[in-house]
Design a protein around this ligand. Structure first.
Ligand code: ZN
Length: 483
């Protein structure tokens, strides 16, 4: 597989695309300066302890106090005014609230994670091979400094022992530096910012195959070159600066069009079939359709072909959209057990490229594929889209006929309460047309008036005096059904 990382750096935002064999598989973005968050270290002061919510609020020198779970503080109950080193927690689901903090510090490098205050060596659960695990564990035990825990990440498998040793030393220096910095501080503040998106992503990806890094920023190209000299990026990876003189980088690499396609509800497969993706509250539901594929003589083989292609695309889209939680896929029905097994295998295989944890449970009795995915960031839709202000996110509005019926019902309600008509009803052009085809209620005369640009679901009703004149364009409803 050919893997490339593309970076679109603007003065205030960085966007990163992970492209595999020319296909967009991950998209990340970050506001410049927002690195004072997840992974950053702070020197904080406990401002408030709230046992009812099980948390302490900690001043970390930002606009808002952070939020620290009390159970992380061990047996010694904290007091207001206590100063301590805390870290932005990895998962930030809260928007608008303060930063979630943790007192369990993790300093992550490329191949190692240093855990101050813990002890013992561990190997990341993602390393599955028992022999590799044993080797890495031995290495970690040799490297683990006294009084610290050390976790070996998957990326360490491709790194030499000398580099791991160097990294363990560097992480230890970082921690000591942070502690020294804290000792000299009298007020809460940032001790260590996490790396910006471009450098972080390159660091995290560098353990995997990486053919090329392209950035539109001279500065980040320079930073990558330096990381390569330090051995943090494999020598085989090409680092390129793309000068945006005639074309923008993401346009030149067709990233923008791929982003647009990935957000659509209907996603086409190369074979002519397509997926329909529905995001529900409880889960994401994906329907596989054979579409233009002619389910001819050998329906079973065609179904398998579409399904296998769909499985790869499902795995890619879950990654790209950063979908979390339960996912159900309704593949095309297949009768042969070996085909069904092949499909489950194909989906598991395709999910291996995902850095998030994906569990494929297999097919249920109704033939639905069940899987779960542990999301890392906010879903792509959350990042890029806002609910539609027109339909409030339901994706549907009342039909013109239903709006007309409601308007007539409201007119009758007014009429029987004593306010005699005739009435003028203003509504959207489509609803006005629907209303003008209805028969007038027995209570009073009704005029429908189309108001261009009006919301499709709303109307207002006011009494009118025909002697004083009816607005131009208003249509009077007929008195009885035409024979
Ligand atoms: Zn809408």
């Amino acid at each position: 597989m050919r893997r490339e990382l593309l970076f679109d750096c603007a003065p205030d935002w960085i966007r990163a695309a992970v492209v595999e064999d020319g296909v967009l598989c991950e998209l990340h973005s970050e506001q410049v300066g927002s690195t004072k968050a997840t992974e950053s270290l702070f020197y904080g002061r406990i401002e408030q302890i709230r046992p009812s919510v099980g948390a302490a609020f900690v001043n970390i020198g930002l606009d808002r106090n952070g939020f620290l779970p009390l159970d992380e503080l061990g047996d010694t109950p904290p007091k207001c005014g206590d100063m301590l080193i805390v870290q932005g927690a990895a998962r930030q689901e809260t928007e608008g609230k303060g930063l979630r903090l943790t007192a369990r510090i993790n300093l992550a490098g490329k191949g190692l994670v240093l855990v101050p205050g813990s002890s013992g060596a561990h190997v990341s659960k993602k390393v599955k091979d028992p022999q590799a695990r044993a080797q890495l564990l031995e290495a970690a035990q040799a490297l683990c400094p006294e009084g610290f825990g050390l976790i070996v990440r998957t990326a360490s498998q491709d790194v030499t022992m000398a580099l791991l040793e160097e990294e363990a030393q560097a992480l230890l220096r970082q921690w000591k530096e942070a502690q020294r910095h804290a000792a000299g501080m009298t007020r809460p503040g940032v001790l260590m910012e996490r790396l910006p998106l471009d450098r972080r992503l390159v660091r995290d990806m560098a353990g995997r195959e990486l053919d090329r890094i392209v950035t539109n920023s001279v500065e980040s190209a320079g930073a990558f070159a330096q990381m390569q000299r330090q051995g943090l990026i494999p020598e085989t990876a090409r680092i390129e600066h793309f000068a945006e003189t005639e074309q923008l980088l993401f346009d030149a690499m067709c990233i923008e069009t791929q982003i647009e396609r990935a957000l659509k509800k209907r996603v086409w497969l190369p074979c002519g079939g397509y997926l329909i993706i529905d995001r529900c509250e409880a889960m994401t539901v994906i329907d596989v359709n054979s579409g233009k594929m002619i389910l001819g003589r050998s329906t079973e083989d065609t179904a398998l072909r579409v399904n296998l292609e769909a499985a790869r695309e499902v795995a890619r889209l879950l990654r790209l959209r950063d979908v979390g939680g339960m996912v159900v896929v309704d593949f095309i029905d297949m009768a042969l057990p070996e085909h069904r097994e092949a499909l489950v295998r194909a989906l598991r295989d395709a999910a291996k490229a995902d850095r998030a944890q994906v569990k494929v449970y297999g097919l249920t009795q109704l033939g639905l594929m069940e899987l779960t995915r542990k999301r890392v960031h906010a879903e792509l839709h959350r990042q890029l889209c806002a609910p539609c202000t027109y339909c409030s996110g339901t994706g549907e509005v009342l039909s013109p006929d239903e709006v007309a019926r409601r308007a007539l019902y409201a007119v009758r309600r007014k009429a029987i309460s004593g306010q005699r008509g005739p009435y003028l009803v203003r509504l959207s052009p489509a609803a006005a047309q629907a209303l003008s085809k209805r028969v007038c209620p027995p209570e009073c005369a009704v005029y429908a008036l189309a108001v261009p640009g009006r919301h499709a679901e709303t109307f207002d009703i006011e009494p009118v005096d025909p002697a004083a004149g009816i607005p131009k364009g208003a249509v009077r409803l007929v008195e009885r059904m035409e024979a």
